[in-house]
Design a protein around this ligand. Structure first.
Ligand code: ACO
Length: 426
């Protein structure tokens, strides 16, 4: 008799049946273990975009899209975003626990000590043309970090890979700020060790040598919250890229550099930049109805940027938190009121429109993050870079998790070949 916790599949060509065990998770959907499916049947599975395929086992992040739930290592995102800092969250992802006060101080110090980049890296920045996109510079620079630490790339030593992890988290903000300053021809600003992790980023982006810079706590809080909300998000495209590179036994510099490239696309990390471009294009509340109609028109490719999500079909919990931060920020710092008006009008109409309700299309994190970053004076081409700074602890936690699983296999998907059969040369 078939085991109740299994799935039986019958190959109707041969009449043979095969049984596959169901593995139950701590939360979420159960998973069928089909590792022997090809051996049993000679068939591959086809699942474009991995909509039904779990690519790994993980204990880091859990999402329940229908309930709008997101947790890192068992902690609800709203608790982390409102009660804890990004540095706490990075510690949680890396060390599997929130830090005590002493651990937090020690971790902050470790990051500060590593926040400077080798002076030789400046030659790399010099080599890029003016107006080079900061994402291109960032991915090249993270890969190049490995050349400065070539004698400490032992991925089988936990001590060395944790060192690489801290180095990357600490140096990415500096590299990001340098790439922006170079692209604008502005003088480089070094990290200021008297400032906190997130405050330092705003400082390196905005300051001028010998000039005083005043940063409001709400500005630091807004950016810190954006980082926390982006810190991990299950097996999305860039995280899958990082784990795939990790599966080849490449070091974290290589894996994170690849992750940055995967995040660059407009369907992923580039979406918040598109939200702002679209709001600018719509330009005025009087045009909103026209663009909503375009978004609903099946024959028009136009989509409302910042609406919809593959996983969240009810609401995006990160968007709810950011909406609140946006309100707080608006009270203290001017946010382009024209764009806010357009954004609010879109939201108001879409939330009550059958088309959007039926399809579960709600504002996602990008709908709000772009306007906040704009209010913080961060230019559009840096939005994806900001996403990277937030996501790095998650990517590294995923790299470490892969590394620490004893039976990690190289990622090597199969394919459905539809090309020509063998052509005999004449
Ligand atoms: N505007 C108008 N219609 C939309 C939108 C939108 N933003 N998003 C989805 N739809 C419609 C589709 O046309 C489709 O309609 P149909 O069923 O009548 O054919 C239906 O909703 C389902 O859409 P899919 O594309 O199948 O949904 P999927 O889950 O694959 O896509 C995605 C999710 C890519 C996020 C999509 O909603 C989208 O393109 N949104 C705009 C871009 C965006 O904001 N991306 C950021 C995502 S958050 C992040 O990555 C951090």
């Amino acid at each position: 008799m078939a085991n109740k916790n299994s799935v039986t599949m019958t190959d109707n060509r041969t009449g043979k049946s095969f049984e596959y065990n169901i593995i139950d998770p701590t939360l979420g959907a159960s998973v069928v273990d089909i590792a022997t499916f090809y051996k049993d049947t000679g068939l591959f599975m086809l699942d474009r975009g991995f909509t039904s395929t779990a690519s790994c086992r993980s204990r880091i992040t859990y999402i329940d899209g229908s309930k709008g739930k997101l947790m890192y290592r068992g902690y609800d995102i709203s608790y982390l975003a409102t009660q804890k800092s990004f540095v706490d969250t990075a510690h949680l992802l890396l060390y599997k626990k929130l830090p005590t006060n002493e651990e937090r101080d020690a971790f902050k110090l470790e990051l500060k000590k590593r926040s400077f980049v080798h002076e030789g890296m400046k030659k790399l920045f010099d080599a890029f043309p003016d107006n080079a996109h900061p994402m291109a510079i960032l991915s090249a620079a993270v890969s190049a970090l490995s050349t400065f630490y070539f004698d400490h790339l032992d991925i089988d030593s936990p001590e060395e890979y944790m060192e690489m992890a801290k180095r990357i988290i600490a140096k990415i903000p500096t590299i990001a700020a340098f790439s922006y300053r170079y692209s604008r021809g502005l003088p480089i600003i070094y990290p200021n060790l008297d400032r906190g992790f997130t405050e330092n980023i705003l400082y390196m982006l905005r300051a001028y040598p010998h000039d005083h810079i005043d940063l409001k706590p709400i500005e630091v809080k807004a950016l810190d919250t954006i980082f926390t909300l982006h810190a991990d998000h299950e097996q999305n495209a860039s995280t899958t890229t990082v784990r795939t590179v990790a599966s080849t036994h490449a070091h974290p510099y290589a894996a994170i550099s690849a992750g940055i490239c995967a995040l660059w696309g407009r369907s992923h990390g580039g979406a918040n930049e598109s939200v702002i471009s679209q709001l600018e294009m719509i330009g005025d509340v009087k045009n909103v109805e026209k663009y909503i109609a375009k978004a609903k028109d099946k024959n028009d490719p136009f989509r409302l940027m910042g609406f919809g999500h593959r996983v969240y079909k009810n609401f995006d919990p990160r968007a709810t938190i950011l909406k609140d931060i946006r309100e707080q920020l608006m009270k203290e710092r001017a946010i382009d009121s024209k764009l806010i008006e357009v954004a609010n009008k879109i939201e108001e109409i879409a939330l009550h429109d059958e088309y959007f309700i039926e399809r579960g299309l709600y504002p996602n994190i990008d709908f709000y993050s772009g306007l906040i970053l704009r209010a913080l004076g961060i230019p559009k081409e840096m939005y994806a870079v900001i996403f990277v700074i937030g996501r790095v602890p998650g990517w590294i936690a995923q790299w470490i998790e892969f590394k620490e699983q004893p039976d990690g296999k190289i990622a090597r998907p199969r394919q459905l070949y539809l090309g020509p059969t063998e052509i005999k040369p004449e």
